[in-house]
Design a protein. Structure first.
Length: 318
């Protein structure tokens, strides 16, 4: 992303936050705004190489080949509604009083997280880019769980956009970054805390390729590797959003950590199947931008994003 793009992004963030402040973050207005922005972006919201409405529809058709073209267009429109609602809720998290934010969230299965932590090894909470991944971890922090998030630094974002994303998470829990050694995660799990990460992060050279919606995608091996090293149970978590803008955080039954010597890709495969089941509940909840990017990265059609590369390039004058 060049300097002009970052400036435009920051202006968009500022304008959106100003608009939401004007309507007082009232939920019906936020949902209506998401619907209007989603309709707009479903036609002109494709930014970056090999990104277009046609490309997205082609990937959707490959993911669900039995779906007629007319329904695929509807799916794309619904995705953009949820995408824009997630964007607007970035500011909701940052600005609403905790009690008002919690009133928008329903919880199911928190007992599974309690059971995982009761082992004394902490819990590795894992999500995928479906629903609102940010609310998935913020909601746990809001409930008082000692959450430590593994996050991107958003190096390639504008300053205002980067700070908005990190500030909304830091309001409810600690944030650590992908380019940091994972020693902090070992310490937090030893203290029976919760380490939260997304298996849908870029897999890199140690990623585990898995079949997901008819496409090979390299998923992060970090949950499997960290669980094996610490013996901490892995707890799948998703936050799905309904058409009224209410969040439904679902915590799944913990998975025992893999034993040393076991095939870690098999553990990742199990996790991916759990999340694929959640996606199939409502395909519009999947972050199709993530899906298209990961498919293109795995095929070698676009260069993979490397955490920290942007800052290194700026320092070197590149």
């Amino acid at each position: 992303m060049n300097a002009v793009s970052r400036t435009v992004m920051d202006a968009y963030y500022l304008g959106t936050e100003t608009m939401l402040r004007a309507v007082g973050f009232r939920r019906p207005r936020v949902v209506q705004t998401a619907a209007a922005l989603g309709m707009l972006r479903s036609w002109i919201g494709y930014v970056g190489p090999r990104k277009s409405r046609r490309v997205f529809l082609e990937h959707m058709a490959n993911a669900v080949p039995e779906m007629p073209r007319k329904e695929l267009n509807g799916l794309l429109g619904r995705f953009w509604f949820y995408h824009q609602l997630r964007f607007l809720d970035l500011f909701t998290v940052d600005r609403l009083p905790p009690l008002e934010l919690e009133a928008l969230i329903h919880y199911d299965g928190l007992g599974f997280l309690d059971a995982a932590r009761s082992t004394g090894a902490g819990a590795i909470a894992v999500t995928l880019h479906v629903g609102d991944a940010r609310i998935a971890h913020v909601a746990l922090g809001l409930k008082g769980y000692p959450v430590h998030l593994l996050s991107a630094r958003y190096d390639d974002y504008g300053k205002r956009a980067r700070e908005a994303r990190l500030r909304s998470s830091r309001r409810y829990h600690a944030v650590h970054f992908l380019d940091e050694p994972l020693r902090w995660a070992h310490r937090q799990l030893a203290a029976s805390n919760v380490v939260f990460m997304a298996i849908s992060g870029y897999g890199g050279s140690r990623g585990h390729p898995q079949r997901f919606l008819n496409e090979d995608i390299a998923f992060s091996s970090a949950p499997a590797r960290l669980a094996m090293a610490t013996r901490a149970p892995v707890v799948p978590v998703v936050d799905l959003v309904d058409r009224h803008g209410l969040h439904h955080v679902r915590v799944h039954q913990p998975l025992e950590a893999p034993q040393r010597g076991e095939a870690l890709p098999a553990f990742t495969h199990h996790l991916v199947r759990i999340f694929e089941g959640e996606v199939l509940r409502d395909l519009a909840q999947l972050d199709w931008i993530w899906y298209v990017i990961r498919c293109q990265e795995h095929r070698g059609e676009v260069p993979a994003y490397e955490e920290g590369a942007v800052i290194r390039a700026r320092k070197s004058g590149g």
